[in-house]
Design a protein around this ligand. Sequence first.
Ligand code: ADP
Length: 607
Amino acid sequence: MTNNYFTICSLFYIVTICIAFFIKERINSTETNIYKYIILTNLFTVITAIICFFTIKYYEIIPFINMIVSKTLIVLMFSFHVFLTAYIYYISSKNVNKNKKSYVFEIQIALLFYMISVLLIYALPLYYHNDNNVIYSYGPSANVTYISTIVIFGFWIYCLIKDRKNFKDKKYWPFFVFMILSIICVIIQKLYPGILVLTALETFICVIMYFTIENPDVKLIKELNLAKDRAEKANSAKTDFLSNMSHEIRTPLNAIVGFSETLSRENVPSEIKEEVKDILMASDNLLEIVNGILDISKIEADKLEIINTPYNFNKIIDELAALTKSRIGDKPIEFIVKKDESIPEYLYGDSGRVKQVILNLLTNAAKYTLDGRITFTISSIIKGDAIRLIFSVEDTGIGIKEDKIDKLFGKFERLGVEDEITIEGTGLGLAITKKLLDLMHGKIVVQSTYGEGSKFIAYIDQLIVKDTTEIKNKEMNTVVDINVNFANKKILLVDDNELNIKVAKRLLKNYNLDIEDVMSGQACIDKIKTGNKYDLILLDDMMPKMSGKDVIKILKSDPDFKIPVIMLTANALTGMKEEYINLGFDGYLAKPIDRKEMLKILKKYLG
Ligand code: ADP
């Protein structure tokens, strides 16, 4: 070596890179970790090269020390190549699906190769040549490095060919540069053995790599994380908005439905009864729209779940038929139900969602048919424990134009808009139907002739319940009986809204209950703490200061507290029921309160 200017410059660069690398926030990825070893190896190489510059001058005086320093320099330069190989191997096999076993095997082979090479470098002799004060080393120890480096280069070319599709990936640039410059460096080294350019080349590669892996990725990841945070915030704001909206709409609706419901049972003139019926119908429609919007939002957020339980299939068909008849109303339409009698009575699936899907089809048939016939056919194919239910809803209604059929299942698609059809709707029903069927692995097809009528056919796979005793017992316990009497039973009603309390009291009026009410969570806790005894608590959730969730936490923290607590809420998003039950509530009633559902709960806890 005659001078070490290149090496001192390299030291300056590699120290700067190391400082920048270790001070700055880094991605914790395999690539970055390998790069960390690459720059550290280069830093030690450069330092050792500077030391070597001095020791080699006195190789005859301190032969042993000089030998160790020179060989360590060779090992470090070789290690640098090995880490580069690990890097190229990693990025080239990222897109390949490999099993862990073959990875471990390959890494073991590489380690063995590395250790043998290092041992040979230290074990084999290294000679020094002094040519007019230009001293350089040669011999078997140095030759091991040359041979191993040729093997490594061969492996790089193999990796590059293997991943040739991603050739343009900027992460490969340093390797192309390194291979080309290495050849030039070897030639320079041969011509001028006194200049040590190889360490400088390695530092140069570290600098290039710093810009091809480290910097842009961190920026990108930061931007992605920021975008992700923003999206998550927006999503949770949307969910909050939806539960608030559900709450705000359901609260007045609860009053409308509750009062109309009780009014319809009282001794009022028949024309008032008819009008009350219309109010109930309009409220039902409004509730359907709110539920539709909530459902579509849930589906979009991937939060809609299918909850399977055993259910009575015949009951669902009866309910569907009754609901359709009321939807048809006075229209001159004949409604025919044809059910395959071989369908078992008890099935396993999400009864609520099955009902929702079919009700959408039946409601549409009733809506878009002015006169004629609606035929609802239910057939089945049974295979072992599984049953495929095939529903067909055929009408003699307005029909759908052929070119519009493709749009049918899109969100907010209302096909009659340009024809000025005055039938109201949101265009959400069929979009929800399709998504629900997808979730239940079902399918839907449509046949329609414009002006003549339509036929929707859907199938859903369910399981057959073999052991029906449990579900039958459950049904026996929930038989609805309007004339039940809960004398001597005491209920605590907790709601911050006066109107809601009035509605609930009206609905509970006929059952001879002793009802007490309070208007805040704290008042409810005070009642319990001062020793008041109740048989049931009906608790609202969204109350100012202390929510129903906070109240249940406090109540359940007392091990002696045994009163069943029912969540009575207008926050009725899908999945809410499960959430409330998990929080410790014994049951759940959504507002507007369904009279039958309420009676089921009363019978269960007070009967
Ligand atoms: P909505 O009925 O609320 O508008 P849907 O998603 O249920 O929304 O239906 C989308 C559109 O498909 C309707 O607006 C209507 O134009 C058309 N459609 C659905 N069912 C029928 C049917 N049985 N007969 C004629 N047109 C129908």
